[in-house]
Write a protein that binds this ligand. Structure first.
Ligand code: CMC
Length: 428
């Protein structure tokens, strides 16, 4: 027998056969289930999309119980070990690892688009000196749409490719300008002789030297962090990217919306919260009391737990290793000892074991960023640079998917029933 489920509607006694494909039923197949002619048909109620697949995707695979993350089938561990962020971005976008000549062309294209229009600089200068760099990033990415009217040609492959290259190439420049603006230093132009992350470090930290020489260990560590953050299937910001893009707006406007979603503390801001927590704990001796407080419901152990991962987040394992490499160069972040001891105690504690709470990607990333001299306000911006690859890939996949239409959820109306307008003088 074919894969179907039979639903009996106990309100009417009728039975319906609904096809099951890839472990899912189509929500619209439930619309035939009605109590009468004027019944709209059965809807599903799923706030926060806890159990609803919004698309078919071939980009990222996650098995949260087993702690597996793969881009286009390649395990994240292998990509973090052997790939670069630019190569991984190519893989995420085009589905295959590039050949040597494809990689050379891709690197050339990205490198040739790192500069932003001088008016973008002027635009950014309008922000108040203490503007949050993520707020500056969100607004400036949105403003890019006014510079590239061909961004509206979303169904022309060549035009789409141009915007994708521009976005991946320009987000580090915008991020670096946002940072330099926040500390009152002059903006540094891209150096096309450097690698993607080497150039980013140049734009952030160059002072008066003629040529900035990035530290190779730090540039590589940043590259690994970017690989780990490049995509994570249908998370909040990616769903925002797809949803906004489904209106057929240009990708700059959609990506501004996606980065706004990332700005929130429940999404891109957790590593900042981890640092604050570690500082508050202050010393290893205070950990038992802190854990006791968490178990009693007094706050959360930030950087632990995940909606999807119910085992060790594979990205956290890689980040922990990278942290040691970075500390070799920068000196150990004094908060590391607290983090390590916190992790050791939590992983043995019944409360965390029972609830399957393990370190997530954010537990160690903030420690690395801080050791590399990034202020906490820059953490979500770094996340946004890496995730731009995933956002544009998911956006393009959505546009080319014949199943997709403008995103438009239903609601269950709970408000007042029809009533007549009352003139102001007659209201009680
Ligand atoms: N510390 C203490 N208890 C926790 C924690 C935590 N970090 N996370 C979950 N719990 C408990 C929670 O109290 C609940 O216990 P009980 O069953 O007794 O009520 C149980 O575990 C299940 O929690 P939940 O809130 O239903 O789980 P969720 O899937 O809705 O939340 C989460 C996932 C990531 C929001 C949550 O684990 C959390 O708040 N973690 C800390 C914040 C954090 O590190 N966020 C970064 C996420 S990774 C980056 C990203 O994806 O953007």
């Amino acid at each position: 027998m074919a894969d179907t489920i039979t639903i009996t509607d106990n309100r009417t006694g009728k039975q319906y056969d609904v096809p099951v494909t890839d472990g899912t039923i189509r929500a619209t197949d439930l619309r035939q289930i009605k109590t009468g002619d004027d019944d709209f048909g059965l809807l599903t109620y799923d706030p926060a999309f806890m159990n609803t697949a919004s698309c078919r995707s071939r980009i990222t695979y996650i098995d949260g119980d087993k702690g597996i993350l793969e881009y286009r089938g390649y395990p994240i561990e292998q990509l973090a070990e052997h790939s670069t962020f630019l190569e991984t971005a190519y893989l995420i976008l085009f589905g295959e690892l590039p050949t040597a000549s494809q990689m050379a062309e891709w690197t050339h294209d990205i490198t040739m688009h790192t500069m932003v229009h001088e008016n973008i600089k002027k635009f950014m200068e309008g922000f108040w000196y203490n503007a949050h760099p993520m707020g500056v990033f969100v607004s400036t990415v949105g403003a890019l749409s006014t510079f590239y009217p061909d961004g509206k040609q979303i169904f022309e492959e060549e035009a789409r490719r141009r915007q994708i290259v521009r976005l991946i190439a320009k987000v580090p420049t915008i991020a670096a300008y946002a940072y330099r603006h926040s500390i009152g230093r002059p903006y540094v132009y891209p150096d096309n002789g450097l690698s993607f992350t080497g150039n980013f470090l140049n734009m952030l930290f160059k002072m008066t030297e003629l040529k900035y020489e990035p530290n190779e260990v730090l540039a590589r560590a940043l590259d690994v962090l970017f690989i780990l953050h490049a995509d994570h299937e249908q998370n909040c910001s990616t769903s925002a990217m797809r949803s906004i893009g489904s209106s057929h707006v240009d990708p700059y406007s959609a990506l501004a919306g996606a980065s706004a979603a990332l700005y929130g503390p429940l999404h891109g801001g957790a590593n900042e919260a981890v640092l604050r927590m570690l500082k508050e704990i202050g010393s290893v001796d205070h950990i038992p009391a802190f854990i006791k407080g968490v178990k009693a419901g007094d706050g959360r152990l930030m950087g632990f737990g995940h909606r999807v991962y119910k085992s060790y987040d594979p990205r956290a394992r890689i980040i922990k290793k990278t942290a040691y490499e970075v500390f070799e160069v920068t000196g150990k972040n004094p908060l590391l000892d607290i983090a390590l001891e916190l992790e050791r105690i939590a992983l043995e504690d019944e409360y965390f074991v029972q609830r399957k709470l393990y370190p997530n990607v954010d537990f160690y990333s903030g420690l690395i960023y801080q050791a590399m001299n990034f202020p906490v306000e820059m953490f979500p911006v770094l996340f946004a640079i890496a995730r731009t690859a995933g956002w544009v890939a998911q956006w393009e996949e959505m546009l080319l998917d014949p199943d997709q239409k403008i995103a438009r959820p239903r609601q269950i109306y709970m408000g007042a029933t029809k009533r007549d307008y009352v003139p102001a003088a007659a209201r009680g």
